[in-house]
Design a binder for this molecule. Structure first.
Ligand code: BES
Ligand code: MN
Ligand code: ZN
Length: 492
């Protein structure tokens, strides 16, 4: 589904279908009124008949003629100003209904509807993101096509006034959607396809396409760097570990980069502390942090943001084997700190801690790590918000705001020093687990001991990166949040 803007008046445009917003059960927008006038008042007449249901996203098909054979009246709810939620529901409902018609292209006026507290850019961006979300399919491993081809293929958004601004907003939203799609594809790919080597090849391909610098470190190089924590996770697997580094330079060489670090466990069995069998397949999603930082890199590079960005992905499987790390083993991290591995299933923090030390060489101003880190975060926050941990109030506020602006929210969690005590070990500098209480907080506390020399935030996406059940699949979160954060950083 491709989105574009156009400046000509809607009544003079040709399209297989028009999406016409209706507010408070009766109000048309300016574009809607123009269309209605061009078609002898048919839209207004049907609205008066009262067949359109009030629920946001309800639609009513109207047969028209000429260069516009049909229109869908789309309800935005019963208020004269839509809420952000009803706007999203309306876009979804309209595009779903349009998809059942034999129309390849649509003309949408939905963004003309007023939405409480949101500006024109938000409405355009949300339109594109919701549409692209709906159009996403993951069928590369099916030999028989099961779903209908995506319709409408093209959606034109008529705009008046400052055109270049609107076109840029739609182009940026499309870049974010490309990043989301990429993250979803990588997340959905099973672990026999999406190995650490595959992630590295994907990064290399993306680097060629977008003109990024890429470097992939192998096991030998990580040994030379003394990444003992990362390697202790990898040692039980037959798939060689990789440390993937992508660099984008959109600002002056002297400007300190922002670094994004993504957990890239391509499959998490738990290792010797083996996970129970039910739902273990979902641990192919344990690289969704990596997928999201790669997706954010794609979005930033496609948008040509004026920032410098480094993406680092520690990628490995977590497997049991005769060579695997055993509970009680003590490993030395790249930082020099030693860790008693009491539970080999708390592996995410072990690969991330060395990556957090490694990024110091890029002298980043800000580092954000993204990880499907703890089941405890799902217990705390469910599937609505990602967990946000940061000792830095300003950075936390920026991320919270970016999430609200783009509808990919996070919720701040505590990170007080009191929790650090749970990580005490009688034999090493720290243990890799802190017991059952506040499991997502002690995981973040562990990371905080390595995130030194820069402003740091940690996003635990265990509850938001994918959906279970009938609609199982990667969500692409938090690519929108990260992309929006990078956009606001680029502006200032
Ligand atoms: N990848 C998991 C976290 C996870 C579990 C995310 C389920 C989403 C759903 C992580 O590596 C893990 O196993 N964490 C353990 C930590 C524990 C051993 C301290 C957990 O959450 O149980
Ligand atoms: Mn684990
Ligand atoms: Zn894991």
């Amino acid at each position: 589904m491709q989105f574009s803007t156009r400046t000509s008046p809607p009544e003079r445009m040709r399209a297989g279908c028009a999406l016409v917003p209706v507010l408070a059960g009766k109000e048309l927008t300016d574009g809607g009124k123009a269309l209605d006038a061009a078609h002898g008042g048919r839209l207004a007449k049907l609205i008066r008949a009262g067949d359109l249901q009030a629920k946001a996203g309800s639609t009513l098909l109207v047969q028209l003629d000429g260069t516009l054979p049909r229109a869908l009246l789309v309800s935005l709810g019963d208020a004269r100003e839509a809420s952000a939620k009803s706007y999203g529901d309306a876009v979804r409902g309209a595009l779903e209904a349009a998809g059942k018609l034999a129309a390849d292209d649509a003309l949408s006026l939905l963004h003309e509807a007023p939405v409480a507290g949101r500006d024109a850019a938000w409405k355009l961006r949300t339109h594109v993101l919701v549409g692209r979300q709906l159009a996403y399919r993951f069928e590369q491993l099916k030999t028989a096509r099961e779903t209908q081809p995506v319709r409408p293929k093209r959606v034109v958004l008529p705009v008046s006034g400052e055109v270049s601004g609107a076109a840029a907003v739609v182009a940026q939203a499309s870049a974010i959607a490309n990043g989301v799609d990429m993250a979803r594809d990588l997340g959905n790919l099973p672990a026999n396809h999406c190995t650490p080597g595959f992630l590295a090849d994907t990064a290399k391909k993306m680097a060629r396409e977008l003109g990024l610098k890429v470097e992939v470190l192998g096991v030998r190089q990580m040994q030379a760097l003394k990444m003992g924590a990362l390697l202790s996770v990898a040692q039980g697997s037959d798939q060689p570990a990789r440390l993937i580094v992508l660099r984008y330079q959109g600002a002056g060489a002297k400007e300190p980069p922002i670094a994004l670090v993504g957990k890239g466990i391509t499959f998490d069995t738990g290792g010797i502390s083996l996970k129970p069998a039910p739902e273990m397949d979902e641990m192919k999603f344990d690289m969704c942090g990596a997928a999201s930082v790669l997706g954010a890199m794609r979005a930033a590079a496609e948008m040509k943001l004026k920032i410098n960005l480094v993406v680092v992905v520690p990628a490995t499987e977590n497997m049991p084997s005769g060579r695997a790390t055993k509970p009680g083993d003590i490993v030395a991290s790249m930082s020099g700190q030693t860790v008693e591995v009491l539970n080999t299933d708390a592996e995410g923090r072990l690969v991330l801690c060395d990556a957090l030390t490694y990024v110091q060489r890029f002298a980043p101003g800000t580092v954000i790590d993204v990880a499907t880190l703890t089941g405890a975060c799902v217990i705390a926050l469910g599937h609505h918000h990602s967990g946000l941990f940061s000792p830095n109030d300003a950075l936390a506020a920026e991320l919270l705001q970016a999430g609200r602006d783009i509808g990919d929210t996070c919720w701040r969690m505590p990170l007080d020093d009191e929790y650090q005590e749970q990580l005490k070990s009688p034999f090493a500098d720290m243990a890799n687990i802190g017991g059952r209480p506040a499991g997502s907080v002690t995981a973040a506390c562990f990371l905080s001991r390595f995130a030194k020399g820069y402003d740091w935030a940690h996003l635990d996406i265990a509850g938001t990166a994918w959906k279970s059940g009938a609609n199982k699949g990667a969500s692409g979160r938090p690519v929108p949040l990260l992309a929006h954060f990078l956009m606001t950083r680029a502006r200032s």
